[in-house]
Design a protein around this ligand. Structure first.
Ligand SMILES: Cc1ncc(COP(=O)(O)O)c(C=O)c1O
Length: 278
């Protein structure tokens, strides 16, 4: 496998970051995961805009975006990948141990992996921990993911595929690596940014597709207890696309992969077929 690191293509075994890298030591870094369809990173413009927002939020310098694009294309070519998951990571670079950032340049690397289609549906559990909707990192896609690692392991221990977080107010926030939508009385709804969720690229595209398809759509606070009794619910993310939720804490939803989920999944597939940078 070939990766790009700090300006060069390198074999994975030779790609190294310092043990003083601030990303490694304190989780100071940002990232994006993109889905590659037909050799092209999907929604590049939106993902790179979010990478910029995340980097600005942490006060991190980003490499030139056109250099990142050339590097991403080179990694895909070098690994002969056309359907893939592409990850761009930028960290604070080498720094003294502790929370203060150093003066060195950031570290940047790009990796690509083959991807399998996501499962047709997923069981979720409600995480016993909360997201803090007023936390310093809200809305930023940082590499500080240990809380997600912990919650996903909790879900897997219970035989589920994702863990869903409420926020400190008891409202639905998001899952460890995906946004959550539910349908109630024909209305599609998902939590707003103020609930503390990451504003997913897939989430934004689905909200736009929902409006175009004249599905009544709301961004509103949803008490976490409304998830299990909803008519339909699904996760959205770059790698899951639209993935119906089958069970919440062991209880089966009324309509798994119901009509609204299916319409949106189809609209998303059509979008990918027509436009790789919507
Ligand atoms: C915490 C979190 N929320 C939501 C998402 C979904 O975002 P996107 O649709 O941009 O993949 C992700 C994606 O990785 C995530 O990590």
């Amino acid at each position: 496998m070939t990766v790009w690191i700090d300006g060069s293509l390198t074999a994975l075994s030779d790609a190294k970051v310092s043990v003083l890298d601030h990303g490694l030591v304190v989780g100071d870094g940002v990232f994006e995961t993109l889905r590659v369809y037909r050799g092209v990173p999907f929604a590049w413009t939106r993902h790179l805009a979010r990478l910029r927002t995340s980097a600005d939020g942490l006060g991190l310098e980003l490499p030139d975006i056109s250099e990142l694009r050339r590097a991403a294309d080179a990694v895909l070519r070098a690994n002969a990948l056309t359907e893939a998951r592409l990850r761009i990571t930028v960290t604070g670079g080498v720094a003294p141990p502790g929370s203060g950032r150093g003066h060195g340049p950031p570290s940047a690397f790009i990796l690509a992996f083959p991807i399998e289609p996501a499962a047709a549906s997923v069981d979720v559990v409600i995480a016993p921990w909360t997201r803090n909707e007023r936390g310093a990192l809200v809305g930023l896609k940082t590499i500080s993911y240990a809380a997600n690692v912990r919650a996903l392991a909790y879900a897997r221990d219970k035989g589920a595929g994702e863990a869903v977080f409420a926020n400190t107010k008891g409202n639905l926030c998001e899952a460890t690596g995906s946004n959550v939508f539910l349908v109630r009385d024909g209305v599609l709804c998902t939590p707003p940014a103020s609930a503390g969720c990451l504003l997913g690229v897939t989430r934004a595209l689905l909200l736009e597709l929902g409006k175009k398809s004249r599905i009544p759509t709301e961004e509103r606070d949803v008490p976490i207890d409304e998830l299990a009794p909803s008519d339909e619910a699904f996760l959205s993310s770059t790698t899951r696309e639209v993935q119906p939720i089958a069970c919440v804490d062991g209880g089966r939803l009324r309509n798994v992969g119901g009509p609204v989920s299916e319409r949106l999944a189809a609209a998303f597939r059509d979008l990918v077929a027509k436009d790789l940078d919507p």
